[in-house]
Design a protein around this ligand. Structure first.
Ligand code: NDP
Length: 486
């Protein structure tokens, strides 16, 4: 792997300006070429203390503003950032690997989420309970928590950030974010742009660094009141344990292995498209992604053929090359992990109908590419069934009926998303009620809406993001009783 350092950054954005981290340099690699193109120093405990201190100082003024004023300021900052999408999109593609099209979708969604909560800032209303006793009324006050830590992975650096940032800021908190060590650049520029757009100094700070050093220092800092985390289940569990000291609030958006059930009465063409989009979008690196398909026996051959054909047709290429539909995996380790899961699965059984190895294009050998892969009927205890597969590999099983499909769907430690395709209202309702997951889409691609709360069941997490409900996770309530005495 050759090294050509082009970009350097001080590593943090604190109190409205660049801040020079004191830790070791972290290489930033273009997943499409395997070449390091930037170097950013990681944050130490001292850097975290500086950032948390700035956020704590900013808190009193920010939380004292009218909620609609906070919305107005955030809205202006978001619109300013939106003016710079053409600069952010190639940067995100370069450090993450995703196609320019996927980067544009991600960044537009990030801005949409900010603006969604800006809109809610004018609509928030509270609770008043009259006549608790004669002449006695109750109200429920809502107060921000203080300084919130946002820990974000590399698969969607900006949307997963904004899912936390938007409700946190509108509710009156201030934020210190730690992006993944391999994708800090877009987040740092995003923070600069929000500040240029008028977000006051200290309200939103970013410190780059590794999870083990910078992330840990942030989570354990005594002034952090809440940790909002997206990432793997094992790290989420560690964070929950670390947050126990100080009784910090946590929300955890963790791994998933979303089942998709295709019944014999489904619109098969639409279901196959949703499966392909749901599995191969962002090169399969999404928490909410279709990771297991259960299809009724009588239509299984048709579905397998359609999904296999779509997988084979996908144009795999560097994210910055026009026409690429699927980019590389984010790191060599991530590619090897997925390849290992497919390999171990096929060693146990199942039939490979697409992919199963590297992409056969000499131009792509240095990048972290893996061909879109479909495996049919592997054993139900194979890695592709029991583990989260964070890449472009999809297992498909034949099932006899809805009961078997739901039983298989629920036989997982995860419970993030799920989907069902049927024209039968009774089946749709059965699936929606019985599948153990935070989301069930019926005859719909697995698109996340800001309007609806989203969060995992079981080992997929704790708490909700999106929806008005997200605000509950960034506020404390206090009950106040107005008595009748003078
Ligand atoms: P991690 O869960 O390790 O990382 C997510 C974030 O947490 C990163 O910013 C990471 O920092 C940080 N972090 C790691 N350890 C700590 C810690 N002890 N304290 C505080 N912060 C910490 O995910 P990975 O990137 O390692 O991916 C591993 C696997 O997780 C993937 O293969 C995939 O299966 C799954 N995953 C699932 C996601 C989802 O949304 N469901 C998202 C990402 C990954 P840093 O990266 O700098 O070490």
């Amino acid at each position: 792997m050759s090294t050509e350092t082009i970009i350097t950054h001080a590593g943090a954005f604190v109190d409205g300006q660049e801040h020079a981290n004191g830790g070791d340099p972290l290489p930033i690699t273009d997943p499409g070429t395997g070449r390091t193109f930037a170097e950013v120093p990681g944050g130490t405990e001292v850097d975290i203390a500086v950032a948390v201190g700035a956020a704590a100082r900013a808190f009193s003024d920010w939380s004292a503003l009218a909620v609609s004023k906070r919305g107005e300021i955030l809205g202006r900052a978001a619109r300013h950032t939106e003016q710079h999408l053409d600069e952010l999109i190639p940067l995100l593609t370069r450090e993450q690997g995703k196609t320019l099209r996927d980067a544009r979708i991600e960044l537009n969604k990030a801005i949409d989420t900010l603006l969604h909560y800006v809109g809610l800032s004018k609509a928030l209303r509270g609770v008043h309970t009259p006549n608790l006793d004669p002449g006695v009324d109750g109200i429920v006050l809502r107060r921000p928590l203080g300084v919130v830590a946002a820990i974000v992975p590399w698969n969607f650096p900006t949307t997963l950030l904004c899912n936390k940032l938007a409700p946190a800021l509108v509710a009156g908190n201030t934020v210190v974010a730690k992006p993944a060590a391999t994708t800090p650049l877009t987040t740092l520029r995003f923070a600069e742009l929000l500040a240029e757009g008028g977000l006051p100094p200290g309200v939103f700070n970013v410190v780059t660094g590794s999870g083990a050093v910078t992330g840990r220092a942030l989570v354990t800092h005594p002034q952090i009141r809440k940790v909002a985390f997206t990432g793997s289940t094992p790290v989420g569990e560690q964070i929950m344990a670390l947050a126990a000291r100080g009784t910090k609030r946590v929300t955890l958006e963790l791994g998933g292995s979303d089942p998709m059930i295709i019944c014999d009465d489904a619109d098969l063409g639409a279901a196959a498209s949703a499966a392909s989009m749901g599995r191969f979008y962002n090169c399969g690196q999404a928490c909410l992604a279709i990771k297991r398909v259960y299809v009724f026996e009588s239509v299984a051959d048709d579905i397998i053929e359609q999904i296999t054909a779509k997988a084979k047709r996908l144009r795999v290429g560097r994210g910055d090359v026009k026409g690429s539909q699927m980019g590389p995996l984010h790191t060599a380790a991530q590619r090897d992990e997925v390849a290992g899961q497919v390999h171990r699965t096929l060693a146990m059984g199942g039939r490979l109908t697409a992919g199963g190895g590297p992409v056969e294009d000499p131009e792509l050998v240095d990048g972290f590419f893996y061909a879109p892969t479909v495996v049919v009927d592997p054993p139900h205890d194979a890695p592709m069934a029991t583990e989260e597969v964070f890449g472009p590999a999809l297992p498909i099983w034949r099932v006899k009926d809805l009961d078997e499909a739901i039983e298989c769907a629920n036989a997982s430690q995860f419970g993030l998303g799920s989907s069902v395709w049927t024209r039968d209202l009774h089946r749709a309702r059965q699936a929606a009620e019985r599948i153990e997951a935070g989301y069930t889409w019926i005859n719909s691609p697995t698109k996340v809406y800001d309007e609806l709360p989203f969060g995992g069941w079981k080992s997929s997490g704790y708490g909700k993001e999106h929806g008005q409900e997200a605000l509950d996770y960034y506020t404390e309530t206090k009950s106040v009783v107005f008595g009748s005495g003078s």
